[in-house]
Design a protein around this ligand. Structure first.
Ligand SMILES: Nc1ncnc2c1ncn2[C@@H]1O[C@H](COP(=O)(O)OP(=O)(O)OP(=O)(O)O)[C@@H](O)[C@H]1O
Ligand SMILES: [Mg+2]
Length: 364
């Protein structure tokens, strides 16, 4: 192969790779970026060639790590590195940086490869959430069955006994048995969550969001503001309105409780194109975010947030999130979350089943 031909094939390879490839000079200025890199950072090579890598990565720590590679000459690899980008929050990549020495003793360049792993991580995590939700429901269902039957017998026997008792003082004991049995029965029912099948119909997601906003708006203290950030053009979802309201209500109430006396809750709606929920790819997905600027989810709760009875509040029963998750699952969707001090986001994702007329709109 001639040098020209070889160069052309190398060019073609770089252009068609899924991995982002950047070449930096010894002052960490961008010398080359392949199309996958342009896509990842949403920039055009023409404009960015010659610019400092800071203008591309917007991430001081990553730049420092690259400088270190140049200084020490040792390659650098980091898995699941979270880069802060200028145009959107962040992206997770596996990054490798290798110093390239010019044999003639000229300037050292840096070859940086990045593979975006967000999507893969998200899918794995969502599969985990769904599996956990299914396992929990199966466990609770079994447990509730085993408890509710003897509980019914216990309650009936206490009632019969009460009829035979003529001493009011002794009746107090049977009252306790009956009311505690009722409390346990109600708890079991709450843990089981909704057992009715969803009554699905085409609904505008904002019907649910607005209802929740109105109800919660009337309950909250003056220091808490409820902000609307809606995309009114989202096509209808095929879902059970009451179940969505209940699920969103649980999320918004949690946000209110996390804020205490003051703070801000934002209700944000968006449509996402070509989005996977769990492992299923949907053409269009409706997304509702409940965002609060409270303290964030306590680190020790994160692993088991959606398990029943997991609560960080003295008066909490820890059922709000598992119930919300199972309601949204029953409507084909999923609840995701992300939290750091000052910003907690619970996201309801619901597939939009496109009817023919909606499909045309969505494609337009
Ligand atoms: N927006 C949030 N900010 C901070 N922590 C939260 C938030 N949402 C939920 N949590 C934490 O998750 C826990 C579990 O929430 P969940 O709704 O399942 O139960 P609960 O609110 O404690 O009780 P219940 O909803 O049954 O009354 C909460 O106790 C709280 O510690
Ligand atoms: Mg709750």
């Amino acid at each position: 192969m001639t040098i020209d031909k070889q160069g052309a094939s190398l060019q073609r390879i770089l252009e068609n790779m899924h991995t982002s490839v950047l070449l930096l000079d010894s002052a960490l200025r961008l010398r080359f970026i392949n199309p996958a890199g342009e896509m990842l950072f949403a920039l055009s090579a023409q404009r960015f060639i010659g610019q400092p890598v800071d203008n591309v990565l917007f991430d001081r720590d990553a730049t420092l790590a690259l400088q270190q590679v140049l200084q020490t000459g040792s390659p650098f690899t980091e898995r699941e590195l979270v880069l802060n980008l200028g145009y959107r929050d962040k992206v997770t990549v596996d990054l490798t940086a290798i110093p390239l020495y010019d044999g003639g003793g000229g300037e050292t360049e840096l070859l940086v490869e990045m593979k975006q792993v967000d999507r893969q991580l998200r899918i794995t995590r969502e599969e985990g959430l769904l599996a956990q939700s299914h396992a929990t429901r199966a466990l609770v269902r079994g447990l509730a069955h085993e408890i509710k039957n003897p509980l019914g017998g216990l309650r009936g026997a206490a009632q019969l006994l009460e009829r035979e008792l003529h001493n009011e003082e002794l009746k107090e004991y049977t009252h306790i048995i009956i009311s505690e049995a009722d409390r346990l029965h109600a708890l079991m029912n709450r843990m089981l969550g909704p057992n009715a099948l969803p009554h699905k119909r085409q609904i505008n997601i904002h019907q649910a969001v607005e209802r929740v906003r109105q109800v919660v708006g009337a309950e909250i203290s003056q220091g808490i503001s409820l902000v609307r950030d809606y995309d009114p053009s989202i096509p209808d979802v095929y879902a059970d309105l009451d179940q969505l309201i209940q699920a969103l209500m649980n999320l918004v109430r949690n946000a209110v409780q996390a804020l205490g006396d003051e703070g801000e809750i934002t209700l944000r709606t968006r449509a996402l194109r070509q989005y996977t929920i769990g492992t299923v790819l949907h053409k269009l997905v409706a997304r509702v975010d409940v965002i609060d600027n409270g303290p964030g989810i306590a680190p020790d709760m994160r692993e088991n947030l959606f398990l029943p009875m997991v609560t960080g509040r003295v008066e909490g029963t820890g059922l709000g999130l598992p119930i919300a998750q199972s309601l949204v699952n029953a409507n084909g969707g999923l609840i995701e979350w992300e939290s750091r001090p000052g910003q907690t986001v619970f996201t309801v994702l619901l597939p939009i089943e496109l009817k023919r007329e909606n499909l045309q709109e969505a494609q337009a």
